[in-house]
Structure formats: structure tokens, C-alpha cells
Design a protein around this ligand. Structure first.
Ligand SMILES: NC(=O)c1ccc[n+]([C@@H]2O[C@H](COP(=O)([O-])OP(=O)(O)OC[C@H]3O[C@@H](n4cnc5c(N)ncnc54)[C@H](OP(=O)(O)O)[C@@H]3O)[C@@H](O)[C@H]2O)c1
Length: 300
């Protein structure tokens, strides 16, 4: 029997208990995250099965589609279960050519919140992430005070319950925390993209959720012989092992793998059953070397 190392299955997100395996709805919008969806009925079925199989945390934005992902969530799930936390984000818009356009002026932040409220069909948003647009998939330093202040004002008005951040640095988290409580950070991170190793640990110590985007590698899921070999050894799929590694990495990591396939959804939900020994974790950790600072002792 291999040495057991089972991670916890739940975490407190904005004061509510969520299963650590949630669901990322972005790619339901259609190719290039720009509508129309490939298969609308399949998207609705995936959302419904996600929730019926235990997902309590769905990640979305009104700029996915645009509007389409939120409209699908509303059609599939409204009225929402009390224990479902829907996390959305503001800070970007879409051009007619599907480009991603920064929308970080205070009035654009406000409009983004109104768009999310309308298309999700709610009076208040559970969590709104400010999506910093420093670089498209990597954070860049720079003040986010103006944007967080606007979100804090919307929070005072009761339109936003909790505030999170996306695509940010440690310094930006600290800056935002002086303005309002921050409940989660969503940055790019996975087995082979480990630039945020230190931030993961810093947020774990503060009790702030870290939600990696592209947990499976994004539009081109991770492929590696090491991953495939370990997957075979533990009778799991490579994507289950990639998710399991994140679950083992730190207790504050919440997963939002995206899929438009019921088969993949079921596979991803089962990743919690994939318990990795210290030896396998050590092998997997080597995959990210060169992309990060050295891992802290506890994660090696
Ligand atoms: N804050 C940000 O800036 C930001 C940026 C990007 C994404 N996000 C959020 O993060 C979530 C996750 O990102 P993501 O969906 O782009 O990337 P991801 O979860 O890393 O990977 C999704 C890709 O993996 C495939 N996939 C999913 N499960 C699979 C499985 N079991 N086996 C094989 N392939 C599988 C999906 O294809 P199929 O559909 O065929 O399964 C899709 O192509 C998004 O939904 C979004 O909510 C946030």
C-alpha cells in the first residue's frame, strides 16, 4: 500500500464551505471564448451535472462570450442553490474581432458588475475578481488602487459580496488588502507554470484561496511522459494526476478545470480520489523546475 497523503476535500471560500474541485465555465462560450457555443445543449448539461455532482464553486465572467457564459449559467442553474458560490470577474471587454480589451476605468468596472448582475440574474454577486490586464496571462506590477476602491464602493452598495483579484502580484494583493478584504486570487498556475509558488504559500498562510487558471494547461492541456507514466501507475488519467498534484500542493488551492464534455467533467471530479505519494509528488515537482523559484520544503 503506498504511503497515503490524501489532501482535504473542502476549503472556506468567502465564509462558505466549497469542495476544492469546482468548475471553470469560460470555454463554454465557444471557440476562442467568443460565441456562439459549439453545442448549447451540451453546455447546459455539463453545468447541471457539475452542480449535481458536487461543484459548489463556478468561475465565470461576463466577458466570456461576451455575455454567453453567464447566460448559459443562468439558463442551466437559476434559481441558484444556496450553497453555490459563483465567482465572476471584471476588468476586460471584447472587441468584435474577439480581442481582449482592458476595461479598468472605474465606470467600466461598474458597468462590468452591472453586466454580470443582469446576465447571471442576481441582485448581488458572490465574489467579483478584479482582472488586472498587466500582461494577458502574467501579472505586471502597477497600482490597482483605483479599481479595487471602485469594487469596494460597489460592495458597500450591496452589489458585490466579496472581492478577489486575478492576474496579480504579491504587492498588488497587499495594496488591495489595505482597501478591502480579499478572499481569493486567480492566477495562471499548474504543474509546469510555477512562477507563483511563493504567492501560493503566502496566501495559504493568510487563509486566502488561490485559484489557478489553466489548471490543466489551458487551450493546450499539458502533455508529458512523466505525467503519463505516473498516471498509468496510479490507474488515473494524466489530467486527473495534474489536478491531484494541485490538490496536494497547498490546502488553499481551489480547482476550476474547464470542460465542455461530460466525460471530462466526470473524470475531473474524480481527481480527488487520486492520492499521490511523496515519491510521486517529488517526480511531478521536477516538471516545473526552471519555471519557478525553489519550492518550499513542505511541498518537495
Ligand atoms: N482569470 C483569468 O484570467 C482566467 C484565464 C483563463 C481561464 N480562467 C478560468 O479558468 C478556468 C479553467 O481554464 P481553462 O478552461 O481555460 O483551461 P484548463 O481547465 O486548464 O483546460 C481546459 C482544456 O482542457 C480540456 N480538458 C478538460 N478536462 C479534460 C480531461 N479530463 N481530459 C482531457 N482534456 C480535458 C478541455 O477540453 P474539453 O472541453 O474537450 O474537455 C479544454 O480544452 C476557465 O474556465 C476560466 O473560468 C481564468
Amino acid at each position: 500500500m503506498p504511503q497515503s497523503n490524501r489532501p482535504t476535500s473542502t476549503y472556506q471560500l468567502a465564509g462558505r464551505t466549497v469542495n476544492r474541485i469546482g468548475y471553470g465555465a469560460m470555454q463554454l462560450a465557444g471557440p476562442g471564448v467568443f460565441g456562439p457555443p459549439r453545442d448549447r445543449d451540451a453546455a447546459i448539461a455539463v453545468l447541471r451535472e457539475a452542480v449535481s455532482s458536487g461543484v459548489k464553486h463556478i468561475d465565470t465572467s461576463d466577458f466570456y462570450g461576451p455575455h454567453i457564459t453567464n447566460q448559459l449559467i443562468r439558463e442551466a442553474l437559476h434559481p441558484y442553490p444556496d450553497d453555490l458560490v459563483i465567482v465572476t470577474k471584471v476588468g476586460a471587454g471584447r472587441g468584435e474581432d474577439a480581442s481582449w480589451i482592458p476595461a479598468l476605468e472605474p465606470e467600466e468596472i461598474r458597468r462590468g458588475v452591472y453586466d454580470n448582475l443582469r446576465n447571471l440574474g442576481v441582485d448581488a454577486l458572490d465574489i467579483v475578481n478584479l482582472r488586472s490586464m498587466g500582461d494577458i496571462h502574467a501579472p505586471a506590477e502597477g497600482s490597482i488602487e483605483q479599481q479595487v476602491t471602485e469594487l469596494a464602493e460597489l460592495q458597500r452598495q450591496g452589489l458585490v459580496r466579496h472581492i478577489g483579484l486575478s492576474n496579480v502580484t504579491s504587492a498588488q494583493v497587499a495594496e488591495a488588502q489595505k482597501i478591502a478584504p480579499i478572499v481569493c486570487v486567480q492566477n495562471q498556475y499548474n504543474l509546469v507554470q510555477r512562477a507563483d509558488d511563493a504567492l501560493v504559500d503566502e496566501l495559504a498562510a493568510k487563509g486566502i484561496a488561490y485559484v489557478p487558471f489553466f489548471p490543466l494547461g489551458g487551450f493546450t492541456p499539458i502533455q508529458s511522459t512523466v505525467l503519463s507514466n505516473i498516471a498509468e501507475t496510479v490507474s488515473a488519467t494524466p489530467m486527473q494526476v495534474a489536478l491531484a498534484w494541485l490538490l496536494h500542493r497547498a490546502p488553499n488551492i481551489l480547482l476550476i478545470p474547464g470542460t465542455s464534455s461530460l466525460r471530462h467533467l466526470r473524470e475531473n471530479m474524480q481527481a480527488a480520489e487520486c492520492v499521490l505519494t511523496h515519491a510521486w509528488l517529488a517526480e511531478l515537482n521536477k516538471m516545473g523546475l526552471g519555471n519557478s523559484e525553489p519550492l518550499p520544503a513542505a511541498a518537495r
